[in-house]
Design a protein around this ligand. Sequence first.
Ligand code: ADP
Ligand code: MG
Length: 378
Amino acid sequence: MSLSQALSLHRNYFGVEPKTAVFAPGRINLIGEHTDYNGGFVMPCAIDLGIWVVGRIVDGESRLMSDSAGPGKPFDTTNTDRKPNGWSKYPAGMAWALSDPFGPMPNIEATVVSNLPMGSGVSSSAAMELAFGKLFQALVGFEADARQLALLGQKCENQYVGVNCGIMDQMASACGKKNNAICLDTRSLEIEYAPVDPSLAVVLLDTKKPRALTDSAYNERRSQCEAAASAMGVPQLRDADLEMLLSQKAKLDEVVFRRARHVVTEDARSTAFKVALAESDRNGIFALMKGSHDSLRDDYEVSCPELDAMAESAWLAPGIFGARMTGAGFGGACVALVERTREEAFTEAVLMSYAKATGREGEAIVCSIDDGARILQS
Ligand code: ADP
Ligand code: MG
């Protein structure tokens, strides 16, 4: 997939030349899972898989095409109360979110081409939001920095699409930096870039198990976290640590206690991971990523047999530095850090062992860490 494919699909479908081209990446989260809605620490990176959008301003309704999802439902940016069904919600929602600070957005004709799997834990939804944010920015010419576009992407997803996500995905797609992980404080939105040793490859291990219906489980986890914070008298779980949690255990329901234990220990692991990564400390990286997976499986209960089988296969494969489930869970993918010289032996061993354990054919994609959402042509 590439810009040239987006341009030729656009010409074929709309019969005209688009004016503008943009790209927004997906993301892989190295560590810090389910902490972003608790004000905590995360460490994602933008990857070289993502979404290209080309388009132009038109009179009349907005019309869209996607190589992977087909034609989008038409919508009108001057009447944002009428929400389109299906994937057009993302561009329509971005037009709606952007119109608050920047005035009404124009109607567009746009084509989407993507090599980012949907619903696999690499956040195709945030890439859609940032891609359309950038497209409107290129077409209209308003000033907005990466952080502001990320916040508007989250507003689109929370309030227009209706998914109650945190800020990590949009910040990662917006603020990515080549060969660097993003150490993000999800409360202050402060970023520190952490170079990733070029001898390490980031490998996406897709279980090919479609994510099960996760909305209710996700919302339940969020309210359990809020219940734990409020029982301990802190604004968010970010403000607690394991010692405080253990001292207040009696106040908490058993399940709520385990949910909170995941979040506070995951924040500690994220902080420690930054140091381990900087030192390319193999044992440290391995233990912290495994600790994250174990905690997501046992305390937060968002793993599934396929994610467990993939992670277990990766832990035993040649060249492994560390692996764990990534993304919200209940299906989707694992992330692994692997010695670059052994990535082929690694992926072969993992996929074979995964197939043996589950009877499923997984997919391994060796990714590069890339820059954030950008205008390619305006
Ligand atoms: P993810 O984990 O990939 O973010 P979501 O369920 O949050 O999963 O978002 C996936 C949704 O985003 C799809 O159902 C679709 O509506 C939209 N989407 C993602 N990629 C594309 C694309 N290439 N073309 C059209 N819509 C897309
Ligand atoms: Mg998403």
